[in-house]
Design a protein. Structure first.
Length: 223
Protein backbone atom coordinates (compact mmCIF):
# COMPACT_ATOMS: atom_id res chain seq x y z
CA UNK A 1 0.00 0.00 0.00
CA UNK A 2 2.82 2.32 0.92
CA UNK A 3 4.60 1.57 -2.36
CA UNK A 4 1.44 2.34 -4.37
CA UNK A 5 1.16 5.75 -2.71
CA UNK A 6 4.80 6.43 -3.51
CA UNK A 7 4.23 5.46 -7.14
CA UNK A 8 1.14 7.73 -7.29
CA UNK A 9 3.02 10.64 -5.76
CA UNK A 10 5.91 10.07 -8.14
CA UNK A 11 3.57 9.99 -11.13
CA UNK A 12 1.92 13.23 -9.99
CA UNK A 13 5.28 14.91 -9.65
CA UNK A 14 6.27 13.59 -13.03
CA UNK A 15 3.11 15.03 -14.54
CA UNK A 16 3.87 18.44 -13.01
CA UNK A 17 7.37 18.67 -14.44
CA UNK A 18 6.36 20.24 -17.80
CA UNK A 19 4.54 23.02 -15.90
CA UNK A 20 7.53 23.70 -13.67
CA UNK A 21 10.28 23.41 -16.25
CA UNK A 22 9.25 26.42 -18.33
CA UNK A 23 11.91 28.18 -20.39
CA UNK A 24 11.81 31.74 -19.12
CA UNK A 25 14.82 33.97 -19.72
CA UNK A 26 13.47 37.53 -19.67
CA UNK A 27 10.37 39.61 -19.16
CA UNK A 28 11.35 41.49 -22.32
CA UNK A 29 9.61 38.94 -24.54
CA UNK A 30 6.37 39.51 -22.60
CA UNK A 31 6.66 43.29 -22.76
CA UNK A 32 4.76 45.85 -24.82
CA UNK A 33 7.91 47.27 -26.43
CA UNK A 34 7.43 45.42 -29.70
CA UNK A 35 3.85 46.66 -30.13
CA UNK A 36 4.80 50.32 -29.70
CA UNK A 37 7.88 49.97 -31.93
CA UNK A 38 5.93 48.28 -34.72
CA UNK A 39 2.98 50.67 -34.46
CA UNK A 40 5.19 53.74 -34.71
CA UNK A 41 7.25 52.26 -37.57
CA UNK A 42 4.15 51.45 -39.61
CA UNK A 43 2.71 54.93 -39.05
CA UNK A 44 5.97 56.77 -39.81
CA UNK A 45 6.62 54.75 -42.97
CA UNK A 46 3.11 55.39 -44.27
CA UNK A 47 3.22 59.07 -43.29
CA UNK A 48 6.56 59.36 -45.14
CA UNK A 49 5.10 57.77 -48.27
CA UNK A 50 2.03 60.04 -48.10
CA UNK A 51 4.17 63.19 -47.64
CA UNK A 52 2.79 63.99 -44.19
CA UNK A 53 4.58 66.22 -41.65
CA UNK A 54 7.51 66.91 -44.03
CA UNK A 55 9.16 63.67 -42.90
CA UNK A 56 11.31 63.53 -46.03
CA UNK A 57 13.39 66.33 -44.51
CA UNK A 58 14.26 63.95 -41.64
CA UNK A 59 14.77 60.75 -43.61
CA UNK A 60 18.13 59.89 -41.99
CA UNK A 61 16.63 59.88 -38.51
CA UNK A 62 13.58 57.99 -39.78
CA UNK A 63 15.54 55.14 -41.34
CA UNK A 64 17.87 54.93 -38.34
CA UNK A 65 14.76 54.39 -36.20
CA UNK A 66 13.66 51.61 -38.57
CA UNK A 67 17.05 49.93 -38.15
CA UNK A 68 16.88 50.27 -34.36
CA UNK A 69 13.35 48.83 -34.29
CA UNK A 70 14.32 45.94 -36.56
CA UNK A 71 17.23 44.98 -34.28
CA UNK A 72 15.09 45.16 -31.12
CA UNK A 73 12.29 43.13 -32.73
CA UNK A 74 14.80 40.51 -33.87
CA UNK A 75 16.14 40.14 -30.32
CA UNK A 76 12.64 39.92 -28.83
CA UNK A 77 11.68 37.42 -31.52
CA UNK A 78 14.63 35.18 -30.62
CA UNK A 79 13.52 35.28 -26.97
CA UNK A 80 9.99 34.33 -27.97
CA UNK A 81 11.32 31.45 -30.07
CA UNK A 82 13.46 30.19 -27.18
CA UNK A 83 10.47 30.28 -24.85
CA UNK A 84 8.32 28.35 -27.34
CA UNK A 85 6.08 31.27 -28.36
CA UNK A 86 5.95 30.45 -32.03
CA UNK A 87 3.24 32.94 -33.08
CA UNK A 88 4.95 35.88 -31.38
CA UNK A 89 8.30 34.82 -32.83
CA UNK A 90 6.87 34.68 -36.36
CA UNK A 91 5.11 38.03 -35.91
CA UNK A 92 8.21 39.84 -34.61
CA UNK A 93 10.49 38.15 -37.14
CA UNK A 94 8.35 39.08 -40.17
CA UNK A 95 8.16 42.75 -39.26
CA UNK A 96 11.80 42.87 -38.16
CA UNK A 97 12.79 41.54 -41.58
CA UNK A 98 10.46 44.04 -43.30
CA UNK A 99 11.99 47.01 -41.43
CA UNK A 100 15.50 45.74 -42.26
CA UNK A 101 14.48 45.69 -45.93
CA UNK A 102 13.14 49.25 -45.72
CA UNK A 103 16.40 50.45 -44.17
CA UNK A 104 18.69 48.77 -46.70
CA UNK A 105 16.51 49.53 -49.72
CA UNK A 106 15.39 53.09 -48.92
CA UNK A 107 17.85 54.25 -46.26
CA UNK A 108 21.60 54.85 -46.30
CA UNK A 109 22.28 52.09 -48.84
CA UNK A 110 19.73 53.23 -51.44
CA UNK A 111 22.24 55.05 -53.64
CA UNK A 112 24.61 52.07 -53.61
CA UNK A 113 21.89 49.68 -54.70
CA UNK A 114 20.67 52.09 -57.38
CA UNK A 115 24.22 52.39 -58.69
CA UNK A 116 24.59 48.61 -58.68
CA UNK A 117 21.41 48.15 -60.73
CA UNK A 118 22.51 50.63 -63.40
CA UNK A 119 24.13 48.98 -66.38
CA UNK A 120 23.12 45.47 -65.34
CA UNK A 121 20.53 43.10 -66.70
CA UNK A 122 18.27 43.97 -63.72
CA UNK A 123 15.78 46.60 -64.86
CA UNK A 124 13.15 48.35 -62.76
CA UNK A 125 10.33 46.02 -63.81
CA UNK A 126 12.29 42.93 -62.78
CA UNK A 127 13.13 44.56 -59.46
CA UNK A 128 9.47 45.36 -58.82
CA UNK A 129 8.48 41.78 -59.61
CA UNK A 130 11.14 40.47 -57.24
CA UNK A 131 9.78 42.72 -54.48
CA UNK A 132 6.26 41.56 -55.33
CA UNK A 133 7.28 37.94 -54.78
CA UNK A 134 8.81 38.95 -51.44
CA UNK A 135 5.50 40.54 -50.37
CA UNK A 136 3.62 37.40 -51.45
CA UNK A 137 5.70 35.47 -48.91
CA UNK A 138 4.98 38.05 -46.20
CA UNK A 139 1.21 38.18 -46.66
CA UNK A 140 1.13 34.38 -46.84
CA UNK A 141 2.82 34.28 -43.43
CA UNK A 142 0.28 36.75 -42.07
CA UNK A 143 -2.50 34.57 -43.45
CA UNK A 144 -1.03 31.76 -41.34
CA UNK A 145 -1.09 34.06 -38.31
CA UNK A 146 -4.75 34.91 -38.94
CA UNK A 147 -5.68 31.23 -39.14
CA UNK A 148 -3.73 30.53 -35.94
CA UNK A 149 -5.24 33.38 -33.90
CA UNK A 150 -8.95 32.47 -33.83
CA UNK A 151 -8.78 31.73 -30.09
CA UNK A 152 -6.41 34.58 -29.23
CA UNK A 153 -8.94 37.42 -29.35
CA UNK A 154 -10.70 39.50 -31.99
CA UNK A 155 -8.37 42.49 -31.68
CA UNK A 156 -5.32 40.37 -32.51
CA UNK A 157 -7.08 38.93 -35.53
CA UNK A 158 -8.16 42.38 -36.79
CA UNK A 159 -4.58 43.59 -36.45
CA UNK A 160 -3.25 40.64 -38.46
CA UNK A 161 -5.97 41.15 -41.09
CA UNK A 162 -4.99 44.79 -41.70
CA UNK A 163 -1.32 43.81 -41.92
CA UNK A 164 -2.27 41.05 -44.35
CA UNK A 165 -4.27 43.56 -46.45
CA UNK A 166 -1.38 46.03 -46.36
CA UNK A 167 1.10 43.48 -47.73
CA UNK A 168 -1.41 42.36 -50.37
CA UNK A 169 -1.65 45.97 -51.58
CA UNK A 170 2.16 46.24 -51.47
CA UNK A 171 2.31 43.20 -53.73
CA UNK A 172 -0.28 44.77 -56.06
CA UNK A 173 1.66 48.04 -56.04
CA UNK A 174 4.77 46.35 -57.42
CA UNK A 175 2.82 44.69 -60.25
CA UNK A 176 0.00 47.17 -60.98
CA UNK A 177 0.85 50.36 -59.05
CA UNK A 178 1.88 52.25 -62.16
CA UNK A 179 -1.62 51.71 -63.59
CA UNK A 180 -3.67 52.49 -60.48
CA UNK A 181 -2.73 55.43 -58.26
CA UNK A 182 -5.01 54.32 -55.43
CA UNK A 183 -3.07 51.10 -54.72
CA UNK A 184 -0.05 52.77 -53.02
CA UNK A 185 -2.41 54.87 -50.90
CA UNK A 186 -4.40 51.76 -49.95
CA UNK A 187 -1.41 49.92 -48.51
CA UNK A 188 -0.26 53.03 -46.62
CA UNK A 189 -3.66 53.58 -45.04
CA UNK A 190 -3.90 49.86 -44.19
CA UNK A 191 -0.60 50.09 -42.33
CA UNK A 192 -1.74 53.23 -40.51
CA UNK A 193 -4.82 51.37 -39.25
CA UNK A 194 -2.66 48.36 -38.31
CA UNK A 195 -0.26 50.68 -36.47
CA UNK A 196 -3.19 52.14 -34.54
CA UNK A 197 -4.30 48.65 -33.50
CA UNK A 198 -0.72 47.89 -32.43
CA UNK A 199 -0.81 50.87 -30.06
CA UNK A 200 -4.25 49.88 -28.74
CA UNK A 201 -2.97 46.36 -28.02
CA UNK A 202 0.14 47.80 -26.38
CA UNK A 203 -1.90 50.12 -24.14
CA UNK A 204 -4.28 47.30 -23.14
CA UNK A 205 -1.36 44.99 -22.37
CA UNK A 206 0.22 47.76 -20.27
CA UNK A 207 -3.05 48.14 -18.31
CA UNK A 208 -3.08 44.35 -17.84
CA UNK A 209 0.44 44.26 -16.47
CA UNK A 210 0.28 47.42 -14.36
CA UNK A 211 -3.21 47.50 -12.86
CA UNK A 212 -5.11 44.23 -13.32
CA UNK A 213 -4.86 40.74 -11.91
CA UNK A 214 -4.67 37.63 -14.06
CA UNK A 215 -8.39 36.97 -13.57
CA UNK A 216 -9.42 40.41 -14.84
CA UNK A 217 -7.22 40.79 -17.91
CA UNK A 218 -8.48 42.90 -20.84
CA UNK A 219 -6.49 40.82 -23.33
CA UNK A 220 -5.52 37.18 -23.42
CA UNK A 221 -2.09 35.80 -24.25
CA UNK A 222 -0.84 36.29 -27.79
CA UNK A 223 0.77 32.86 -27.75
Amino acid sequence: MHSKNNIKEASNKKGELPHINIRKISTLSDSIINYFLIGLCLFLNSAYNLDWFELKNHSDFLYTYFLFSAIVLYIIGLMNWYEGKDLLFLFDFILSFYFFVIYFKEGHFKNKFDGFNQGTIIDMNDNNKLQGVFYIILFSLFLMLICSSFKKGIIYMINYIFLFIGFVFLFCDKFFGNKHDWIPKAHNYSFIVAGGFMWIIGVLKFINQAFLTKDNRLLGQTD
